[in-house]
Structure formats: structure tokens, C-alpha cells
Design a protein around this ligand. Structure first.
Ligand SMILES: Cc1cc2nc3c(=O)[nH]c(=O)nc-3n(C[C@H](O)[C@H](O)[C@H](O)COP(=O)(O)OP(=O)(O)OC[C@H]3O[C@@H](n4cnc5c(N)ncnc54)[C@H](O)[C@@H]3O)c2cc1C
Length: 486
């Protein structure tokens, strides 16, 4: 049997790679973790979730300050945002989390961390920092990068992506965002709230295209009311660098040619897998434009080489990367065949209101040709929402024809947090009657979960049939309203 330097080699120190490294090293596997940047943590920590959610919170506080009168407070004239101070706060949050993702921590768990780039020499060995290193198993967890469209003039015009947006020297006065996915829409609201004039351009007729249109349209309404301009069904014709401003010429929904100018262009039009320079072509690992091809045990076309996280192009979220990292550890280290199952993989877009989803939405149920019913409950009927001044949105519960839950979408305040109860309900197959009967503290936003489950059951409980039965058995006398006192 061939002997290798390592039991497992992991390429990429982001959410997926770190999960595998920590699991494998703690289980006693001789583990090598290779990262091309100077620090571990990947996109989520440095250019993604952490800086974006920190920025979103800052923007939300500023928005509340500027809307103090809505809460019965004195109107205050908020001074303009100093982006250097915002950037400092973002960096301090990153620095705190970085300690958890440090080389020292992974070394203490037993993994060898090496910084540098590598390429495969053959199916088991790589060239790394001038040495040849071999491993019995490899995991490719190199993540994804912003996809840059082939637009005339874009390559000669400075633009920004998620790599630069959190590290700007000053708040842009104006910004055109190309794309309307979660990253684009979160940044549109945050920068608009901070004081940037934001225009979002989208090729199709809906923002957040994976979501149901009614939910996505509601978010667009909120953002529009805050000052974001949306150009849907628009296509960029060309881009030009005018110095301090950049020009985008586009064809709008009516086919008219429109010229827009802004200080910054943010490109947020999807993600490309980081497969370049790894030498995968030479070792029989298949990949395409979307990512590395894997089976449901996350094995590539070379069975001892796994891929996890954004690189597979499937569900590009940190929690999905962590989940997939766990699947790889089971398969590669424990040798326990474990398959991925994304049926109840949740996600959330952190706009205000948030939009969180688990299981099927209407769009996916229709695509799957399923019969379903929809049950909704608006946030404006939730007492806590009223107290918080957060009345926009609703919860939407999808049931199959046997009235079992297919999925839930929450559009509203703290939707991501509210979804957790549904994650447990759906995964544990908890009956809706159990959720409806469980006492929830009053007044909480979470009561909306109990309430939507209850609407379905109350239809059955308060039916004519039940009423007639009770009248018959217990001699109930029926409606009191309308009659005189006896
Ligand atoms: C702006 C933004 C906001 C986001 N917000 C959220 C959110 O709120 N919630 C959520 O769940 N997800 C969010 N995401 C998505 C999330 O960041 C990714 O899904 C997650 O980082 C994927 O983890 P990963 O390990 O696959 O890849 P990454 O975290 O990108 O890690 C890959 C690592 O591999 C390294 N690497 C690349 N090539 C090589 C090479 N050749 N050799 C060695 N190392 C290499 C990279 O430097 C990187 O460190 C957001 C993304 C963006 C861009």
C-alpha cells in the first residue's frame, strides 16, 4: 500500500476547508491545510458574511437615527457617515473572529497549516512551496470569486466587487450595482441607508430570482421607498471610465438607451468556481463553469478527491460549506458513507426586512409539479411587530396535499432567527398541531410561527361539523351576540 505524507490534504482555509481540517485533525488524521492568502477564514470572514452583516447593522442604526420621529423621539440631524470609522468597526469584528480561525488554533488541534498555492502533479501529490507533498485523500475547498461579465469597456473601467466594497476609503456618493442577487440587494440597502445614491440594474424582471416573486417584490418596495432605484429587464450595452465618474449605457425595459453615471460600479452578478491553476485537468477531476462535479458523497470524478463548499456551485452559503465539510469528514476519515441532503437547507437574505427560507417555496413546488396549498400570516397582526415598528412582511407556509409542510418563507423582522424553529420542525417532522399547541412567550415575533400553524388547525377545529357535534353532545346553545339578555 502506498504511503503518503498526509492522511488528508485540504486546499482552501474557508468555511468548508476549516470544518474538514478541524474534524480530521481532532480525529487523529495527519492533516495538511493549504491556504493561498495570508490568513485563514476565507470569503465569509474577510469579504462576505462577516463584513456585510457588520455593515448592515451599522447602516440600520444610522437609518433608525434618521427616522427617530417614527418612534416618538426628537428629530435629529445626523452628520454624514465617515466610512473610515465604519471600516474600523468592520475590521475589529473580523479581527475578533480571526482568532478563532487562526493558524495557532488549527495547529493546536493537530493540523499543519501551510500558506501558498499548489497544483496537482498527479492524483495524490502536489507541488507546494517548492516541495512535493502527497496525501491519501484531498479535499478541494477553494471557494468562488465574483463572476465578471463580458461587457464592452468594463475591462478598462475601474469597478468594485465584494473584495473591495468593505475596504473603500470613503463612502461613494453614487453607486450602480450590476445584479440583484442577495449580495447586490443587501449592499444596495446598506449603502443607500448610509447616504449613497444607489441604482440596481437587473437583467430579469425580478430581484432575488430564487425567491417567490411576491416576497421579492415586497423587498423591492421597501428599498425603493428608502431611495434605491431599480432598473429591471435592463441590459448593459457598454461601460466607460470618465475619471471620477463611470458611465453605464444600458437598454431599459422598454428598449430605450439610457446613460447612467456613478462614482462606483459594484459588480455582483454571480460567482465563478476557483478552479484555475490547480491542475485539475491533468488528474481527471471534472469541472465546468458552475463548479467541480461531485456525487452525493461529495467525491469528485477521482473518488479519493473530495470537493466541498462554494467550489461545487450548489448552495453557496457558509452553513452549506460547513455541512458539506462534515459530510467529507464522515466519508473520508470515518469511512462511513454519508450523503448530502439539501431538502431542508435554510438561507436568509439580510435586508431589512429579512427574507428567510427553508424547504420549498412556491416557485420550486411549481417547477416540481407538486400540488400545494399556501397559508400566510402577516406581521402586522403580531403585537410585538407593532411595538417594534416593524410591520412589513408575512410568513408563508407551504403544505403538500396531505397537509404536511413542504417549506416556510419568512419575510419580516428577524426572519433568519424566526426560521430556526421551522428548521427544527421540518427536520424532526414535528406535527403542526404540536407547534400550534406549544406555548410561546408573549409578546414575541416568534408567535407568528405558532399562529400560522394554528390557522390551519383552527379551520378544522372551528368547522361547522365540530360545532354541530358539540351542540348535539353537550347541548350548546349557539351564538349569543345579537339577542337580548334573558
Ligand atoms: C458579500 C457576501 C456576503 C455573504 N453573506 C453570506 C451570509 O450572510 N450567509 C452565508 O451563509 N453565506 C454568505 N456568503 C457566502 C459565503 O461567504 C460562502 O458561501 C462561503 O464563504 C463559502 O465557503 P468556502 O469554504 O466554500 O469558500 P471560501 O470561504 O471562499 O474559502 C475558500 C478559501 O480557499 C482559498 N483558496 C482559493 N484558491 C486557492 C488555492 N489555489 N490554493 C489554496 N487556497 C486557495 C481562498 O483564499 C479562501 O480562503 C456571502 C458571500 C459574499 C461574497
Amino acid at each position: 500500500m502506498a504511503s503518503h505524507d498526509y492522511d488528508i490534504g485540504i486546499i482552501g482555509g474557508g468555511a468548508a476547508g476549516l470544518t474538514v481540517a478541524s474534524g480530521a485533525a481532532q480525529l487523529g488524521a495527519r492533516t495538511l491545510l493549504v491556504e493561498k492568502e495570508k490568513a485563514l477564514g476565507g470569503d465569509c470572514l474577510h469579504y462576505g458574511c462577516v463584513p456585510s452583516k457588520t455593515l448592515i447593522r451599522t447602516a440600520q442604526v444610522y437609518h433608525l437615527m434618521r427616522n427617530s420621529r417614527l418612534f416618538g423621539l426628537p428629530v435629529i440631524e445626523a452628520p454624514p457617515v465617515d466610512f473610515q470609522a465604519v471600516k474600523k468597526r468592520i475590521q475589529s469584528v473580523i479581527d475578533t473572529i480571526q482568532k478563532h480561525d487562526s493558524e495557532e488554533r488549527f495547529c493546536s488541534l493537530g493540523a499543519k497549516v501551510e500558506f501558498g498555492e499548489l497544483f496537482f502533479r498527479d492524483e495524490h501529490s502536489v507541488r507546494l512551496n517548492g516541495a512535493t507533498v502527497s496525501a491519501k485523500n484531498w479535499v478541494i475547498a477553494t471557494g468562488s470569486s465574483p463572476s465578471i461579465p463580458a461587457i464592452e469597456g468594463l475591462d478598462q473601467t475601474p469597478y468594485i466587487t465584494n473584495k473591495e466594497i468593505f475596504y473603500l476609503d470613503q463612502l461613494p456618493g453614487s453607486m450602480i450595482i450590476l445584479g440583484a442577487g442577495p449580495i447586490a440587494i443587501e449592499m444596495a440597502q446598506a449603502f443607500c441607508r448610509l447616504g449613497t445614491k444607489v441604482t440596481v440594474m437587473q437583467r430579469s424582471g425580478q430581484i432575488l430570482t430564487k425567491e417567490d416573486k411576491d416576497m421579492a417584490d415586497e423587498i423591492m418596495k421597501v428599498l425603493s421607498s428608502e431611495g434605491v432605484t431599480f432598473l429591471l429587464n435592463a441590459s448593459v450595452l457598454h461601460v466607460k471610465d470618465l475619471g471620477s465618474k463611470k458611465e453605464i449605457v444600458l437598454k431599459d425595459g422598454e428598449g430605450k438607451s439610457v446613460s447612467l453615471k456613478a462614482e462606483k460600479i459594484l459588480v455582483a452578478m454571480g460567482r465563478d468556481p476557483n478552479v484555475k491553476a490547480l491542475g485539475l485537468e491533468g488528474i481527471g477531476v471534472d469541472f465546468d463553469r458552475k463548479g467541480i462535479r461531485v456525487d452525493d458523497r461529495l467525491r469528485t470524478t477521482q473518488k479519493h478527491i473530495y470537493a466541498a463548499g462554494d467550489i461545487t456551485g450548489a448552495y453557496q452559503f457558509t452553513h452549506a460549506a460547513g455541512y458539506e465539510g462534515g459530510i467529507v469528514v464522515s466519508n473520508a476519515i470515518f469511512r462511513l458513507p454519508r450523503k448530502t441532503n439539501y431538502t431542508f437547507l435554510p438561507w436568509c437574505t439580510y435586508t431589512d426586512p429579512e427574507l428567510a427560507s427553508v424547504g420549498m417555496n412556491e416557485k420550486r413546488a411549481r417547477e416540481a409539479g407538486m400540488e400545494y396549498s399556501v397559508w400566510t400570516e402577516p406581521f402586522k397582526s403580531n403585537d410585538r411587530s407593532l411595538a417594534e415598528g416593524e410591520e412589513t412582511g408575512k410568513i408563508k407556509l407551504l403544505l403538500d396535499k396531505s397537509e404536511r409542510p413542504l417549506g416556510v418563507q419568512v419575510l419580516g423582522p428577524q426572519a433568519g432567527e424566526l426560521l430556526s424553529e421551522w428548521v427544527a420542525v421540518l427536520n424532526a417532522k414535528v406535527k403542526l398541531s404540536t407547534l400550534a399547541a406549544a406555548v410561546h412567550p408573549y409578546p414575541t415575533l416568534g408567535e407568528i410561527n405558532k399562529r400560522v400553524a394554528g390557522t390551519l388547525l383552527s379551520r378544522k377545529i372551528f368547522s361547522d361539523r365540530v360545532r354541530k357535534g358539540l351542540k348535539f353532545f353537550f347541548n350548546l346553545k349557539g351564538r349569543a351576540c345579537g339577542g337580548d339578555l334573558p
